[in-house]
Design a binder for this molecule. Structure first.
Ligand code: NAP
Ligand code: GDD
Length: 363
């Protein structure tokens, strides 16, 4: 008998890596997708058509769709990864964020109860280091008090507590992974790391002049998404449901990330100025390639995330340093250098083809 996993957020960064991981373990994997007018299934396109990988339309805002789907799939494990996951966007769309990131968790739990699967279906909730927000201690572990500091974090706090509540009230196997930032070559392009690696590649190849960022002093504990999905699975394989901090235990600033990313793209940076006037200068050319823009400042910003992964290391047997910070940045830059070059070739070919068509050279 194959284990059956249902993944919400399957089209996202983590959903795509988790799907690959579970398929490699012999799972039957079902994922929830939403209707969209554009193609957003790039990250899982290579899995579509595999015999044990199935996609279904549903939405975290639509209880009936979730109840029906859970009844149809009869999952043994649910990974609830779906979320409006961008912190800055949560200030612009706080109600939508609360509906998906907070009430959405409740909808999943109730879909499991409605289908009487509470004794057979384990649930993983994608919780977040953003719960620590305006941090009360460093590094942060499972006992550190929460102080959410954005509409996103407040919504995720509800998700964390409702998972805990259903665990205690109904004896359900519900767990939260309190994951610190994890990145990859599949990271959304508006998160700071991917924004930097893509811009470094474009600037190195003469496709962009300058990268505009917000708070360069912000500190994050950045890991590799591919390593982190294994923890989601390990958390559900424990004898008892529990919550775990997943982090590398190493902290860097946004400025340090940018310096290293530009280095791997072949540009050495020198930093000058302070605050809004700070600039990253290309040492070889003297040109400003990084500048600060207030557009990327947040009304409240979380500036000191640093995780203590001791519990995950000792209880789950997980190695937080599988991929180092330097390796992560290098993987992302290498990928984006190739992507920018390939996009350039594709655009030259499109231009040539358009010219040939116009001249009647090809039909
Ligand atoms: P992501 O790339 O932004 O993916 C989010 C996923 O949620 C996408 O598949 C998206 O679908 C789906 N989704 C959003 N609204 C939905 C709705 N109403 N109904 C159904 N699906 C919906 O995020 P990620 O980086 O993979 O993160 C996965 C989860 O971990 C999220 O819950 C995030 O908050 C949490 N988390 C992430 C990190 C991190 O550093 N990456 C750290 C801690 C916690 P579409 O493709 O259709 O938009
Ligand atoms: N996005 C972005 N864009 N962030 C910037 C920029 C910029 O131009 N400039 C500076 N930053 C700073 C932000 O202010 C923040 O302090 C830090 O870089 C990281 O921002 P993001 O990469 O957007 O990630 P995040 O930490 O806010 O949220 C991510 O990690 C959380 C876990 O801690 C998301 O993946 C969340 O879903 C996740 O819960």
């Amino acid at each position: 008998m194959r284990s059956i996993a249902l993944i919400t957020g399957v089209t996202g960064q983590d959903g795509s890596y988790l799907s690959e991981f579970l398929l490699s373990k012999g799972y039957e994997v079902h994922g929830i997708i939403r209707r969209s007018s554009v193609d957003y299934r790039e990250r899982i396109a290579h899995l579509e058509g595999q015999p044990h990988f199935h996609l279904h339309y549903a939405d975290m805002g639509d209880s009936m769709s979730l109840v029906k789907l859970v009844g149809k799939v009869q999952p043994t494990e649910i990974y609830n990864l779906a979320a409006q996951s961008h912190v800055q966007v949560s200030f612009d769309a706080p109600e939508f964020t609360a509906d998906v990131d907070a009430v959405g968790v409740l909808r999943i739990l109730e879909a499991v109860r409605t289908n009487h699967l509470e004794k057979t279906c384990k649930i993983y909730q994608a919780s977040t280091s953003e719960l620590y927000g305006k941090v009360e201690e460093v590094p942060q572990n499972e006992k550190t008090p929460f102080h959410p500091y954005s509409p996103y974090a407040v919504a995720k706090l509800y998700g964390f507590w409702i998972i805990k509540e259903y665990r205690e009230a109904y004896d359900m196997f519900c767990c939260s992974g309190i994951l610190f930032n994890h990145e990859s070559e599949r990271r959304g392009e508006t998160f700071v790391t991917r924004k930097i690696t893509l811009a470094a590649a474009r600037i190195a190849q003469g496709k962009q002049d300058c990268l505009y960022l917000g708070n360069l002093d912000s500190l994050r504990d950045w890991g590799y998404a591919k390593d982190y999905v294994e923890c989601m699975w390990l958390i559900l394989q424990q004898d008892k449901p529990d919550d775990f901090v997943i982090a590398t235990g190493v902290q860097h600033t946004v400025r340090e990330f940018a310096t290293l990313a530009f280095h791997y793209a072949g540009i050495e940076l020198r930093w000058e100025g302070e605050g809004i006037n700070e600039k990253g200068i290309n040492v070889a050319t003297g040109k400003v390639v990084v500048a600060v823009s207030e557009d990327f400042y947040r009304p409240t910003d979380v500036v000191n995330l640093w995780g203590d992964p001791t519990k995950a290391r000792t209880q789950l047997g997980w190695n937080p340093q599988t991929t180092t910070f330097e390796q992560l940045v290098q993987i992302m830059v290498q990928h984006d250098m190739q992507k920018v070059a390939a996009d350039h070739v594709a655009s030259v070919m499109r231009t040539n083809l358009a010219e040939y068509l116009e001249k009647g050279v090809v039909k």
